[in-house]
Write a protein that binds this ligand. Structure first.
Ligand SMILES: *Cc1c(COP(=O)(O)O)cnc(C)c1O
Length: 489
């Protein structure tokens, strides 16, 4: 453009490519080097630290009208964002269920950003890469060739899509126009189902009350006879049972419902069988853990996340559907301007936009396409197995420590325990222990409630976590507990 003598000032501003490519290249290389160093040296950093108030205040600056030097804004990133991120890349992050990400994933995100592909549709290789990822996932879980799927933000969205698939299957195509009308659809899941499933029922217009919460046994699995009874009682009351959700890896303790028995019931009762396997579905990749998900291959749909055990950078959720035809029946529309052609850029139906609610979509698939080839499915299975080994190590340490007490069985990668104290003080004390450890940057467990009691919850998901990280958690809990008891006494 520099050869245009009187360059229109608006036109000059509208070109957002760098004026000086070498300068931006230099900055880009620095960012890459800094970030690789940061990831290499995670262990020596605090897991998490709270934002200082003045740093937080910096995020309330007014809208910048004229621009700034990218190097200066990068410095602001280094000072005000980098040190105060979630902490889930760190090996001693054990809160909630967070994946750790990988340097490879970061690089793939950069490539995807460069391509800036829109995966809503059209005929291009990024769509084929996503289809490849979906086909690999279907193979990993033993779904048939007819399977389809879609990458989405996370399992919350994937579970929502599953409810919509099941709703369409129950009410038929006309319901997409006429709505649910007077239909009284009821769904079933364990008492400990992730909260996004009742939310999905709400968003699907069915109401969260229509999700029947089935009690769990002492093994934290859905009580199958209670499930059968609930379905029978709803039928007797004139409702229409349409969906049963089996959990593979519950978010509280990592329990697996009996998926084969659930599949049997879904079959006899004519219900859509969906599995919420947000993290646990990937147990299928480990020969040692795969028995936990026996029966999952019979599901009509499976929700899971690549951003948890598979360590893809956020976000990377996935909905798999046994028959892609169900997806098309639920989401495809015939807007003329979007109708795929037989040749040219507008070919290549069915487009992802016809398989889910999003039209414009990014190239989430690339980081997974890289990971599955570079690491291979077996190595991702080993990541899951290692998480469980670290959890067992922690459980053994707790069992041997008189001041600590396990609050739930450890079937998988999640350990719920507490520092022993008077019952009336235990909840408060353990909540403070967790906050103290987090604020000290030593480790980041979270909390949950088990049988009404507050538990310190350590979920091992990060591929970087080792037994010594569990040891560090035990040491930190004991020290924080003793200090708090001393202070109170
Ligand atoms: C994490 C999780 C979800 C929600 O997934 P997001 O990716 O956070 O949306 C749903 N169910 C279970 C069992 C989970 O662990």
């Amino acid at each position: 453009m520099n050869d245009i003598p009187d360059r229109d000032p608006v036109m000059a501003q509208a070109d957002l490519d760098p004026e000086n490519w070498d300068e931006l290249r230099h900055l880009g290389h620095r960012m890459l080097d800094d970030m690789l160093d940061h990831l290499r040296d995670l262990r020596s950093q605090p897991v998490w630290q709270p934002l200082p108030p003045e740093t937080r205040a910096g995020f309330h600056a007014p809208l910048p009208v004229s621009g700034a030097d990218p190097a200066a804004v990068y410095e602001r990133f280094r000072d005000t964002i980098l040190p105060y991120s979630t902490g889930n890349t760190h090996p001693r992050f054990m809160g909630w269920v967070h994946g750790g990400g990988t340097p490879l994933g970061m690089l793939a995100e950069m490539l995807a950003g460069g391509l800036n592909a829109n995966l809503g549709g059209r005929d291009h290789a990024p769509i084929e890469a996503e289809r490849q990822v979906i086909a690999w996932a279907a193979q990993a879980f033993g779904l048939p060739e007819s399977a389809g799927g879609l990458l989405v933000t996370g399992s919350s969205m994937a579970n929502f899509i599953a409810v919509l698939l099941a709703r369409q299957a129950a009410l038929g195509p006309e319901s997409r126009k006429s709505g649910v009308g007077a239909a009284r659809l009821t769904a079933y899941a364990s008492q400990t189902v992730h909260r996004c499933v009742p939310d999905a029922m709400d968003m699907a217009g069915l109401g969260s009350d229509a999700l029947r919460r089935i009690p769990v046994g002492t093994d934290h699995r859905m009580d199958i006879s209670a499930l059968r009874a609930a379905i029978a009682s709803d039928r007797a009351a004139g409702a229409t049972p349409f969906l049963v959700v089996g959990t593979a890896g519950s978010v509280d303790v990592g329990a697996f419902d009996d998926l084969a028995a659930t599949a049997d019931i879904a079959e006899t009762e004519g219900l859509w069988f969906h599995v919420d396997g947000a993290f646990g579905a990937l147990a299928a990749l480990s020969p040692a853990l795969a028995p936990h998900v026996a029966g999952m291959e019979r599901a009509r749909s499976i929700a899971f996340d690549f951003h948890k055990w598979a360590q893809a950078p956020y976000d990377a959720g996935c909905i798999l559907v046994r028959n892609q035809a169900d997806q098309i029946a639920t989401f495809a529309t015939n807007a003329a301007y979007l109708t795929a052609a037989t040749r040219g850029l507008a070919a290549n139906a069915p487009w992802p936009a016809d398989l889910g609610p999003d039209l414009s979509r990014g190239f989430r698939a690339l980081k997974i396409w890289f990971a599955l080839q570079v690491f291979g499915a077996a190595r991702l299975g080993a990541v899951a197995e290692n998480s469980c080994a670290v959890a067992r190590h922690l459980a053994a340490r707790i069992a041997a420590e008189p001041a600590l007490e396990l609050l739930a069985p450890v079937p998988l990668n999640i350990v719920c325990f507490r520092y022993r104290a008077e019952e009336s003080e235990a909840d408060q004390l353990n909540a403070e222990i967790v906050a103290d450890i987090q604020e000290a940057g030593l480790a980041a467990p979270s909390t949950t409630r088990i049988g009404g009691r507050l538990a310190i919850r350590a979920a091992f998901v990060n591929h970087r976590s080792r037994p010594e990280d569990a040891d560090a958690l035990v040491a930190a809990v004991l020290e924080a507990g003793r200090a708090l008891v001393r202070k109170a006494g």
